[in-house]
Write a new protein. Structure first.
Lengths: 298, 427
């Protein structure tokens, strides 16, 4: 039962992150996802100090705020100070992450967050964090409920905004001509990424969030050109790595989030090798057969 | 305060070592980082700094103890492999560079975390303190480690300075470097190796997560102080040194604190200050732009006075604001504030809503109108642009033409009397 809860948590995060990450990968904005997942840290710590508890709502607000602040700041430095985007990303997120780590170390006594948990989460403790109803019965781990709601919201966001997201990702100028605001959808996507990152942060840590944002979509992107198929493959890979990652961690007695991220890398490597060698050979053979056929017809 | 005095008197040899080590490594990282920033490869530094972790852990697993040299070799190898992986993925598939960097960075780091948690739970007593490689502890820069890291830093600085000219050329213009016959690929390889080495040198004091910042942040800040690359590298080195000193100080007064984040915060604050207030930053640029547009406004008002006087053939008459506005459409508030400015400069007599050019004002107004008409004539005669198309361009150029250029125009046009529209060019 414990294993199931952990795998379920991992899979929920993987699916939410993967769905949003697909659009980041297509928009060549993967590193912004990286930046946000680091930049939410000070927000989480400040919300924690402010409210004195680990309630989800203040954390969501605090972290969402700093996540969005980071994207605004990156844009601002790029536009106004003419700083290269990559340097802007690199400076802003390392700064915010450093501030977060300093806050955690300064208030170490008052916070039950530690430096390691920030990086690779506490998936192993998910099953202990139970939601207990007023009458004393337990209905399962809290994070699972929170992450389910997040996943539902992410799916709803993509379902409602599918056309707009697709158009602004592939052809921003066409989207602009038919009256879709690219800036609006940019920031909506950024906000969605921020909130998903925050809700996943506590359970899986920064590293797994980044891997889930980029890894499964990148692998899916290698396999298909169709956005809908890409989203479904991403979901499949997310579930697969949650299972295999958990068993790897169990076997090695190592960090669960780390192992899930590692499995994502393994899956990507396999897909990469497959598309490089198997698919290419197939295509070559197909091309050869087609030329042979056309010669016969002649 | 006692701490402060004790630290900065450098009496304690340990303090001296830690300070020396921190400064050396931040300076060398900043110098190498300057070229990374100029080559627009900032995120590569981020990828390398995360990717050295599995190498460190693998070296520990291999040796069974914390052997610094072996860990450095491991870190160097895995940092290198990550760059090879990024290049391979981007070259062979449709995955873009940003996704490849993010993927390789997180997977390598995850592998490092898996190995580290595996080591921590393996019960090996020597493993305690492994986690200092994540966020850094400058205080551990003592003894034989200090010598190792200082040697790396000195080598880095020496090699970078030796290839300064070559790196400058490939950073700005690779094609030009190829034309010159420079071995671009080999130099690129050298710079990449130096990047990995710079990251490796910082793993104990800064930690792997934030080492990327020590590479790029001082360099990006330095970019806002000068256009000269030598001075830029010098500025970057100074900013790096200040951050390194701050890290060492923090490690001294608060031994429980990780030092990496403090170094990063200090260098980021220097960077944010530079983005706004350095000579090439936002504020001085905006001020300069505003000053330029004010001067243009003033010159346009003087010209307006000249033109209206020319129409009435009377240069000694007082004009009201309404009269001027009727002659040419302008923002009334801008016109009034401009007239007040000109009054202060002694170019205009402005009182009771009425104004008239002074002697010097008239001279200046003549000069602007003259430049405008000379330029119009030049455009029609030499550029063969129709006379009714030259006004807008002259409207801009009149503010930029220098006395030398004016002389040349006169020479080309043979001291002309009238402009293409047949109006007089004032002397």
């Amino acid at each position: 039962m414990i294993a199931l809860w952990i795998i379920l948590t991992g899979a929920l995060v993987a699916i939410s992150c993967g769905l949003l990450g697909s659009f980041l990968v297509l928009r060549k904005m993967s590193m912004v996802g990286d930046a946000i997942s680091h930049a939410v840290l000070p927000g989480i710590v400040i919300a924690f100090l402010w409210s004195g508890s680990r309630d989800t709502l203040p954390m969501l607000l605090g972290a969402g705020a700093t996540g969005l602040l980071a994207t605004f700041f990156i844009e601002y430095l790029h536009r106004k100070a003419r700083l290269q985007t990559d340097a802007a990303i690199g400076i802003v997120f390392t700064f915010m992450f450093a501030v977060g780590i300093i806050l955690i170390s300064t208030f170490a006594g008052k916070i039950d967050l530690d430096q390691d948990c920030v990086l690779y989460g506490e998936l192993a403790y998910v099953p202990i964090n139970l939601w207990i109803l007023p009458d004393g019965t337990s209905i399962g781990p809290k994070p699972v409920y929170i992450l389910s709601v997040v996943l539902l919201l992410v799916v709803l966001f993509i379902y409602v905004g599918y056309k707009e997201l697709k158009l602004t990702s592939f052809d921003p100028s066409f989207a602009a001509t038919i009256g879709i605001s690219t800036a609006l959808w940019h920031y909506l996507l950024m906000a969605a990424v921020s909130f998903t990152t925050v809700s996943a942060f506590e359970s899986v840590g920064a590293i797994l969030v980044i891997t889930f944002l980029i890894g499964p979509p990148a692998a899916a992107y290698l396999l298909t050109e169709d956005l809908k198929k890409m989203l479904f493959i991403t979901v499949g890979i997310g579930i697969l790595v949650s299972f295999t990652g958990y068993w790897l961690a169990y076997w090695l007695n190592a960090s669960i989030a780390g192992c899930m991220a590692l499995m994502t890398g393994v899956v990507f490597a396999l897909v990469f090798v497959y598309t490089q060698f198997v698919l290419k050979n197939k295509r070559l053979k197909l091309a050869a057969r087609n030329t042979l056929l056309s010669q016969k017809i002649e | 305060m006692d701490n402060f005095v004790n630290f900065f008197s450098f009496n304690d040899p340990n303090v001296r070592y830690v300070v020396l080590g921190s400064i050396l490594l931040s300076v060398s990282a900043a110098i190498v980082g300057s070229f990374i920033v100029l080559k627009k490869k900032s995120l590569v530094g981020d990828a390398v700094s995360h990717s050295v972790l599995p190498g460190i852990c693998a070296a520990f697993l291999f040796a069974g103890t914390k052997n610094t040299s072996l860990m450095l070799v491991g870190a160097f190898i895995s940092g290198w492999l990550s760059l090879v992986a990024i290049d391979y993925i981007t070259a062979k598939s449709k995955i873009k560079k940003d996704a490849a960097i993010g993927l390789v960075l997180s997977v390598f780091f995850a592998l490092g975390i898996v190995l580290m948690t595996y080591i921590q739970q393996s019960g090996n007593a020597a493993q305690s303190g492994m986690d200092r490689f994540i966020f850094g502890k400058a205080a551990t820069l003592i003894g034989s480690d200090l010598i190792t890291f200082s040697v790396i830093a000195v080598v880095l600085i020496a090699v970078t300075l030796a290839f300064f000219k070559e790196f400058t050329i490939i950073a700005f213009d690779e094609h030009y470097a190829e034309v010159l016959g420079l071995p671009v690929r080999k130099l690129d390889l050298l710079l990449t190796s130096l990047t990995v080495l710079a990251v490796v040198s910082g793993i104990t004091a800064v930690g792997v997560v934030l080492m990327a910042a020590m590479l790029i942040t001082p360099a990006a800040a330095a970019r806002y102080w000068t256009h000269n690359i030598r001075r830029m590298v010098l500025f970057a080195a100074i900013f790096g040194a200040v951050s390194g000193l701050a890290g060492a100080y923090i490690s001294y007064i608060a031994p429980a604190m990780p030092t990496g984040p403090w170094m990063v915060v200090v260098s980021s604050l220097i960077a944010f200050f530079s983005f706004f207030f350095a000579p090439l930053g936002v504020v001085p640029k905006t001020l300069k732009r505003n000053k330029n547009s004010r001067t243009m406004m003033d010159e346009n008002i003087l010209k307006l006075f000249y033109q209206i006087s020319e129409r009435d053939e009377n240069f000694k008459m007082k004009r009201t604001v309404e009269e001027l506005l009727a002659f040419k459409k302008m923002q009334p508030t801008q016109l009034k504030s401009g007239m007040k400015r000109l009054n202060r400069q002694g170019l205009l007599d402005y009182s009771n809503q009425q104004a008239q050019l002074t002697e010097t004002g008239l001279l200046k107004a003549k000069k602007i109108v003259r430049l405008h008409r000379l330029w119009e004539l030049y455009l029609t005669n030499y550029m063969e642009i129709a006379p009714d198309h030259v006004h807008d361009n002259a409207e801009e150029m009149e503010h930029y033409i220098t006395p030398e250029l004016e002389k040349q125009l006169e020479k080309y046009l043979d001291n002309p009397e009238t402009d293409p529209h047949g109006t007089m060019i004032p002397k």
